[in-house]
Design a protein around this ligand. Structure first.
Ligand code: ADP
Ligand code: MG
Length: 509
């Protein structure tokens, strides 16, 4: 039987990188095939070549045994290929049905036959066991259901080969189970799935074969039966990695950071961004904040760090009410912040690495002397010490921050925020888009900070990260704290229910 897809010798160059270098990839009918690799490995590019969104510089593609030239998404769709992107491409004010038929509306005379479109949509929803209302507007649907609409769009166009690009990044564990059930059923019916991910546990649970990419090259393809998470990680990174965070019991001290009844309304929509958020973080502990992104995490961190003023409520640092103080004043009181957007807020990209290691403290000794003049020598020595200790590469401290990779940029920020002797550390999505090697390192630094007695607040959409690093966990949903659990109590299942809006009482019942 011919392969569903056979790609051979695919090369795709961009001005700065070779995203795919002589890549072979084979997808069989009936299988779920994982495409894994660190950020920037070339996974999305390879699939965009297949879907007609990028044209390869070299290589051939065959679909179901026939050589094809795919020049556009339209060509790909005609060949039975569907792709669900990391960022959805739905039209928010339109309904599910309207999104499905967009661009291929069934005609009835001069008009559009919505009756038959709606019937077909309902049939598809029923056939694949989705939990969707054909007449719901996209903007009213939670992210998990929007993803179902994206999948339905492909199915509506009769896709038999489905490419899912990091689909679980935006889902709760329960939604992920639902997605996996669908994908298994879809493959069982003889179709084929490419599942892009860097979550190795997931890949082992779902996929029949795994192809691993690194630095634009295909490292190899393995059967699930002949591999495990550790071996996959080694193929991905090119060396052995420590997958579990080593963490002893914590010695908890006094309260250092407090949020009391923080409330914030959306400036235009009738919606609460933060709703009576209350918690405290003590010295020597990590308080994790779990939740699907967009449930108030960003606003919470902004209110805590002084980048935004809440409508009401209080923030205290070491017992002092700092609600009215700005970011710099809070920083001077020992609050460090690793922001979620390292390019916008974490680094000043046109500045050198050295200057970036003193950002926020540049106006103080030892970096500035009398008259506010920067002391270049002190700054360079500081930067050399940090880049060495945190293994930031390249080591040269005069290079521009803009030229660092994601992982090295993040290590630079973590180094700066930790090595200023803070009392409280607020981390937002500290390892997003960072490679496994750097994640391992950053996690160890977070545990070290806690063991040194800092109060650590860890906001992360990565449930594994929250569960492995936190001593206690709160869950945010639509700006509210749905419940608090100790590390021992927190399972992915319980957290998932809270993340989807259940209360602790409902979860226990
Ligand atoms: N449109 C583009 N223009 C320039 N460079 C790109 C473009 N798309 C991807 N790249 C680069 O190609 C490499 C591979 O990217 P990508 O395929 O998105 O990786 P992955 O999906 O594995 O994270 C990266 O270095 C990325 O920066
Ligand atoms: Mg990608």
């Amino acid at each position: 039987m011919p392969s569903a897809v056979s790609m051979q010798g695919i090369t795709k160059r961009f001005p700065l990188v070779v995203a795919n270098e002589d890549v072979d990839f084979d997808l069989r009918w009936g299988e779920i095939h994982a495409l894994i690799g660190e950020n920037g490995a070339g996974k999305s590019t390879l699939m965009k070549v297949l879907y007609g969104l990028q044209s390869a510089d070299a290589g051939t593609v065959a679909v179901d045994g026939r050589p094809v030239h795919i020049r556009s998404a339209r060509d790909a769709i005609a060949l039975g290929i569907g792709m669900v992107h990391q960022h959805f491409m739905l039209v928010e004010p339109l309904t599910v049905t309207e999104n499905l038929v967009l661009g291929s509306e069934p005609r009835m005379g001069p008009g559009i036959d919505y009756g038959s479109a709606r019937r077909r949509t309902r049939d598809l929803i029923a056939r694949f066991g989705f939990d969707l209302d054909a007449d719901a507007r996209i903007e009213e649907l939670p992210v998990g259901l929007q993803q179902q609409v994206e999948i339905l769009k492909a199915l509506y166009r009769e896709a038999r080969i489905l490419v899912m690009d990091e689909p679980t990044a935006v889902l709760t564990p329960q939604e992920t189970h639902g997605l996996f059930d669908f994908l298994r059923e879809f493959a069982r019916q003889g179709n084929a799935v490419v599942f892009i991910s860097h979550k190795l546990d997931e890949v082992m649970a779902l996929c029949d074969r795994m192809s691993v990419m690194r630095d634009g090259r295909m490292i190899g393809t393995v059967d699930r039966a002949e591999t495990d998470v550790r071996r996959l990680a080694t193929m991905m990174v090119g060396r052995e990695v420590l997958l579990r965070v080593e963490k002893g019991a914590s010695e908890v001290g006094e309260v250092r950071l407090e949020a009391a009844d923080l409330r914030l309304r959306h400036p235009t929509k009738h919606q609460a961004l933060l709703d009576a958020v209350t918690f405290e973080v003590r010295a020597g502990e990590v308080l994790g904040v779990a939740g699907i992104e967009g449930n108030g995490q960003t606003e919470l961190v902004e209110c805590l760090t002084g980048l935004r003023v809440a409508d009401s409520g209080t923030v205290r640092l070491d017992g002092e009410d700092v609600t009215a103080l700005g970011a710099r004043a809070r920083r001077e009181r020992g609050l460090s912040h690793v922001p979620e957007d390292r390019n916008e807020r974490g680094l000043c990209r046109p500045f050198s690495a050295a200057l970036n290691t003193i950002l926020g403290d540049h106006h103080r000794p030892p970096f500035s002397g009398r008259f506010g003049l920067l002391d270049r020598e002190a700054i360079d020595a500081h930067a050399r010490r940090l880049t060495e200790a945190y293994d930031v590469r390249p080591r040269a401290t005069h290079v521009l921050a803009a030229s660092y990779s994601g992982g090295n940029a993040q290590k630079l920020i973590v180094a700066r925020e930790l090595e200023r002797d803070p009392r409280v550390l607020v981390l937002a999505q500290p390892t997003r888009g960072v490679d496994i090697g750097a994640i391992e390192f950053i996690h160890r630094q977070i545990v070290r900070a806690r063991d040194l007695g800092l109060a650590v607040l860890l906001v992360s959409a990565d449930l594994n990260e929250v569960m492995s690093l936190s001593d206690r966990i709160i869950v945010l949903f639509e700006g509210r704290v749905m419940g608090e659990l100790t590390q021992a109590e927190a399972t992915a299942e319980t957290l998932g229910l809270l993340m989807a809006g259940s209360t602790l009482g409902e979860v226990a019942a």
